[in-house]
Unconditional design. Structure first.
Length: 186
């Protein structure tokens, strides 16, 4: 099942799971069905992260042109709150965010298109996240948005606790200081 979130271009994917006493089987990607639902490929790289602690926050990240990336994210161990922020200038949802809880148990995925900053926070220890991207990693195009920008006010569900951050993720600019990397196409 494909569900468009309150920012229409971000799509929650709920793959079917077929289970029995042994466990389950799930088809986690089908290029034709995903494209028909508005998730274009091709996907060119798969990434996998492990976060040992609860409260590890990775983000908010994106890549600029010519190496911009759409991301299809899923959690394969533990759980995350996955967040997408619209950074497309001229968009009716510019500066707004949506989130979804992705867990190993629910098997859900989140499509984060080009023009969005992406991040997640871990809700359990030893959480693993895997995601497909539509562009190769390019260190020259690597960029970010402040995870704690008060103008965006993402609710990370931390309950007042400080997240565990990389040094890089403490230095991203707020939205008002971000260059116009992406323009809304309508």
């Amino acid at each position: 099942m494909f569900t468009r979130l309150k920012i229409d271009d971000v799509i929650l994917v709920e793959p079917k799971r077929f289970g029995d006493h042994r466990g389950f089987f799930s088809e986690t990607f089908h290029a034709q069905r995903y494209e028909e639902a508005g998730i274009p490929g091709p996907f060119v790289q798969d990434n996998h992260s492990l976060s040992r602690e609860v409260g590890v926050l990775r983000g908010l990240h994106f890549q600029t042109d010519p190496s911009a990336q759409g991301k299809l994210v899923r959690c394969t161990a533990g759980s995350i709150l996955d967040v997408a922020v619209d950074i497309r200038h001229g968009s009716p949802t510019f500066g707004q965010w949506v989130s979804a809880e992705l867990t190993a148990d629910n098997g859900h995925q989140l499509w984060v298109p080009v023009g969005f900053a992406h991040g997640f926070v871990t809700l359990e220890p030893d959480t693993e996240v895997q995601y497909k991207v539509t562009g190769y990693y390019d260190p020259n195009a690597d960029a970010g948005l402040a995870w704690d920008d008060p103008a965006i006010a993402v609710d990370w569900g931390l309950g007042g606790r400080q997240p565990v951050l990389s040094d890089k993720d403490t230095k991203h600019p707020v939205l008002a200081e971000l260059p116009e990397y992406f323009t809304y196409q309508g």
